[in-house]
Design a protein. Structure first.
Length: 127
């Protein structure tokens, strides 16, 4: 479906695939990697990674380890690692990530907040 290099992360062990003809509505929780090629509405939370294909239509907040977006997302994105925004991506929402990659042609409308490494984040919480 896609190569590891195209996704920009470790999507070797995919647990869930939402195919192009599938529409998911509701809160989706997982611990593994997820590929979204279809439509999603609600929320998407996983301890793994999320890859959204160029035909995907996501109206949901996304909370994941690492995220690669190539389709349309209307919602906030929070990652523990990186967010890669592909050239065909259109994101409307705020993002929070440790690192951000935006390819030419991508559309990103929202606020961006870069998070600090875990050690500093833990320190700040204790203060």
């Amino acid at each position: 479906m896609f190569k590891k290099q195209e996704a920009g992360g470790d999507f070797k062990d995919v647990e869930t695939v939402i195919g192009p003809s599938v529409k998911v509505k509701g809160n989706f929780n997982s611990k593994g990697n997820i590929i979204v090629e279809g439509a999603m509405e609600g929320s998407l939370k996983t301890g793994g990674n999320v890859f959204a294909g160029d035909q995907s239509k996501i109206t949901a907040n996304i909370d994941a380890g690492e995220v690669c977006i190539n389709g349309d997302v209307n919602g906030n994105i929070k990652t523990k690692g990186y967010l890669k925004v592909g050239s065909t991506a259109k994101i409307t929402g705020d993002i929070e990530c440790k690192s951000l990659i935006v390819q030419e042609g991508a559309v990103l409308n929202g606020k961006c907040q870069m998070t600090t490494p875990d050690k500093e984040g833990s320190k700040n919480k204790e203060e």
